[in-house]
Design a protein around this ligand. Structure first.
Ligand code: ARG
Ligand code: ZN
Length: 450
């Protein structure tokens, strides 16, 4: 929830007036993403979706704290029509330009003050095609069912906010849909209310969440709640068309969450679960917080382990910028390697060898993807996991697993960068690992097989 305010251009006025918050957080890959000058604490989204027309009507109530004196502030929102904007109950001027919504309150907001802005908006939310060709944002199936997935920036298509992973916040999301449909989101169910042929489904995420991890699925879901042995609630939602094929693996979630807890430390959220949809709507699985999304063709045990591992690595310990995404994907891939060894007898060092032999993993350094097109490519995953295995070989198993758990504990519900990681590993191990980082994390060329 902490956010670094970037310098804003000063307004040409006298006295102690505030300046506008920055339009972006200068992310190396998406400079405009996120906004400066405030830190969102809580989003309350009240949404109404009509599967027949595809229209979404929303009210976003955003509670934030100013990190500078503010004469105006930005929100990210792609498409949609803004109908009204207030700040602390008073109407505020709002201006749209591209994906930026600029809000100018009647009175400046003082540094340190808490404020509440309410945006009413509506329209047909967009599907975004990313630089790598994958689809995200708001995906609408031919039957009207909707699925919102937002890595890295698709959440901007369906609610206004501070959409950089550095500004995590709590969420309360209520979605009203026609009877016969259900709406599933992150966190725990917080009530259902039927009225006049429509039902409102409320979901609550008390622990901080990055906006790219927010999900919403509208369809004829079958939902079920079970518990892990430790009592954590596991909420699953499955499209009836894929219920039969997915039921066995859905039953494995409690065991995989417990396995993660033994290896990585306390589970970071108040619930776990999954959303399974038919193949085709979305081309990848996504670790959406507490409730990862799986198209049926990606719903296999390895991918499930991967997305569950992201709850610690990515969702609780969140990349400080998109350049640090290898920290999420490297750990989640390494979790797959560990699982393969522990449940299938395939040793981790063989997974390492396989990854080493795969030329795709050598296209660029995991800590430096050349551009946004390459953010989710092989080196970020495979070579990210190789970095972790090299650390393990350098420091030994005992220190390595202390590092894994300590890292998850130290940055729990926070953000961390590659520099934070290398510093933490060196501090915990007492070793100077500069040569390891230079070759495995930042090096462009493949070294000889160790
Ligand atoms: N983070 C997802 C995973 O590894 C992959 C998401 C790919 N997203 C994308 N926009 N290409 O499970
Ligand atoms: Zn992943």
């Amino acid at each position: 929830m902490l956010l670094v305010a970037t310098a804003a251009t000063a307004t040409a006025c006298t006295g102690v007036q505030g300046t506008p918050g920055a339009a972006g957080l200068r992310d190396p890959y998406f400079p405009w993403l996120g906004n400066g000058g405030y830190d969102v604490r809580h989003y309350r989204l009240a949404l109404d979706y009509d599967p027949r027309t595809g229209r979404l009507e929303g009210t976003a109530e955003i509670t934030a704290r100013a990190t500078q004196d503010l004469s105006a502030f930005h929100l990210d929102l792609r498409g949609m029509t803004v109908e009204s904007t207030t700040v602390d109950g008073a109407e505020a001027a709002a201006n749209r330009a591209g994906t930026e919504l600029t809000v100018r309150p009647r009175r400046d907001i003082d540094k340190g003050a808490r404020f509440r802005t309410v945006i009413r908006y509506s329209g047909l939310p967009q599907t975004v095609t990313d630089a790598d060709g994958s689809k995200e944002g708001w995906l609408r199936a031919p039957d009207g069912d909707a699925l919102a997935v937002g890595e890295p920036l698709g959440s901007t298509t369906w609610f206004p906010g501070n959409h950089h992973p550095a500004d995590k916040a709590a969420y309360d999301i209520t979605v009203t849909v026609p009877d016969g449909h259900a709406a599933v989101s992150n966190g725990e169910p917080a009530g259902e209310r039927a009225r006049g042929g429509r039902t409102a489904f409320a979901w609550r995420s008390a622990e901080p969440m990055a906006s790219y991890l927010v999900t919403l699925a509208v369809g004829e879901f079958r939902t079920a709640t079970t518990r892990t042995a430790a009592g954590l609630s596991v909420v699953t939602a499955v499209d009836p068309a894929v219920a039969k094929e997915s039921s066995r693996l859905l039953g494995e979630i409690p065991r995989i969450v417990e396995w993660g807890t033994e290896r990585f430390g306390p589970y970071p959220f108040s619930s776990a679960g999954a959303i399974v949809v038919p193949a085709g709507e979305v081309g990848y699985a996504l670790e959406t917080q507490t409730r990862p999304v799986f198209p049926l063709d990606r719903f296999d045990e390895t991918t499930l382990v991967h997305e569950v591992a992201h709850q610690w690595f990515g969702n609780s310990v969140t990349p400080a910028s998109w350049r640090d995404i290898w920290l999420s994907e490297g750990f989640a891939t390494y979790a797959e390697w560990m699982w393969r060894q522990e449940s299938g007898g395939f040793p981790v060092h063989k997974s390492f060898r396989e990854a080493f032999a795969d030329e795709e993993n050598w296209e660029f350094a995991p800590a430096a993807p050349p551009n946004a097109e390459h953010l989710f490519e092989a080196p970020v995953y495979g070579r990210g996991a190789m970095v972790l295995h090299k650390v393990r070989l350098a420091v030994g198993d005992e220190v390595f697993f202390a590092i894994v758990r300590g890292w998850a504990a130290k940055y729990r519900h926070a953000n961390a960068s590659t520099g934070d990681f290398t510093a933490y590993v060196e501090e915990k191990s007492g070793q100077d690992l500069a040569a390891l980082w230079a070759v495995w994390l930042y090096g462009a060329r493949k070294p000889p097989l160790p």
